[in-house]
Design a binder for this molecule. Structure first.
Ligand SMILES: NC(=O)C1=CN([C@@H]2O[C@H](COP(=O)(O)OP(=O)(O)OC[C@H]3O[C@@H](n4cnc5c(N)ncnc54)[C@H](O)[C@@H]3O)[C@@H](O)[C@H]2O)C=CC1
Ligand SMILES: O=C(O)[C@@H]1CCC=N1
Length: 275
């Protein structure tokens, strides 16, 4: 498949992560462009990735095969209504916005033209090509366009198709917001290590490399995380003491509550901001 031309509407954190991943993968700068109202954002994108960045969204999408909507959910309606007149029927729309469903995007992009829409939820480790995304395609998306969307997201990590759009809320709770949960854990473990007398930098390195090593073991091992944990946990040893303290504090139920709050917020955004 030839490289599609990709236009990003909104050149913030997520767009920069995706663009960085695509460029690192060898996608030519000439196949990518972006638009953003911020002059600083445009200069950063041009300097970091060598792509053209426009102030005008309609200018960015001219000639694109794939239009990636990478603005905040709160401005999505206005952005789509502005784009509707210039968007061509054969252009694939890929939205990465949390909590905006395909039906709303379709309505805002003009009910008279059925739009091929892929809704997806990536995450920020895309910057390092270590991202993971859940993708849902509406029934207008062709097989070629599905491949284009998968190519876009798999340039920055793992891309997993979902067969129901409603599952995007769960993906948002697990992997979209998920990096922040692990960063919070890194912050807390580093601070606790420091309070135990370790130099800050040492505590941070020990924590981060432990997180990295544990994640790689979990990804690469053919036994599950529970068994890997069991293997670290000597009877009556130090790990058991720590795990007991986590569980006494309601760790599992806290994680479940936090993720339910994220999924609820994703669904709420769809209700508040949707069509
Ligand atoms: N940050 C994250 O971890 C993730 C974010 N998302 C979704 O990605 C989307 C973008 O999020 P971020 O990149 O974090 O936000 P951001 O605020 O960094 O980027 C949004 C960009 O859109 C630009 N913008 C505002 N109005 C515009 C307009 N009318 N036309 C074109 N550009 C406009 C802003 O100047 C800004 O640069 C959101 O919808 C969010 O829900 C999805 C997955 C993960
Ligand atoms: O916090 C948010 O709303 C976005 C969506 C997933 C990660 N960041």
């Amino acid at each position: 498949m030839s490289t599609p031309r990709i236009a990003f509407i909104g050149g913030g954190n997520m767009a920069a992560s995706l663009i960085g991943g695509l460029r690192a993968q060898g996608v030519a700068a000439s196949s990518i462009c972006a638009s953003d109202p911020g002059a600083d954002k445009r200069s950063e994108l041009e300097a970091a990735h060598g792509i053209d960045a426009f102030a005008d969204n309609a200018q960015a999408i001219a000639g694109a095969d794939v239009v990636v909507l990478a603005v905040k959910p709160q401005v999505m309606q206005a952005v789509c209504r502005d784009l509707a007149a210039s968007l061509q029927a054969n252009q694939l729309v890929v939205s990465i916005a949390a909590g905006i469903d395909c039906a709303s995007l379709q309505a805002w992009l003009g009910e008279q033209t059925p739009r091929a829409i892929v809704r997806c939820m990536p995450n920020t480790p895309s910057l390092l090509r270590q991202g993971v995304s859940g993708l849902f395609a509406n029934d207008q998306v062709t097989d070629t366009q599905k491949q284009q969307a998968e190519q876009l997201l798999s340039a920055v990590g793992l891309a997993l198709w979902l067969d129901k759009e409603s599952l995007i809320d769960a993906v948002t709770a697990v992997s979209g917001s998920g990096p922040a949960y692990f960063f919070l854990m890194i912050e807390a473990m580093t601070a606790a290590g420091e309070r135990m007398g370790l130099p800050g930098d040492t505590a941070a390195q020990l924590t981060m490399h432990t997180a990295l090593g544990a994640a790689r073991m979990a990804c690469e091992s053919d036994v599950g995380a529970a068994e890997l944990r069991r293997r670290v946990t000597s009877p009556n040893g130090t790990t058991e003491a720590a795990i007991k303290a986590f569980q006494a504090g309601g760790f599992e139920s806290l994680v479940e509550q936090a993720m339910a709050a994220a999924a609820r917020r994703s669904a709420e955004l769809a209700e508040q901001l949707g069509n």
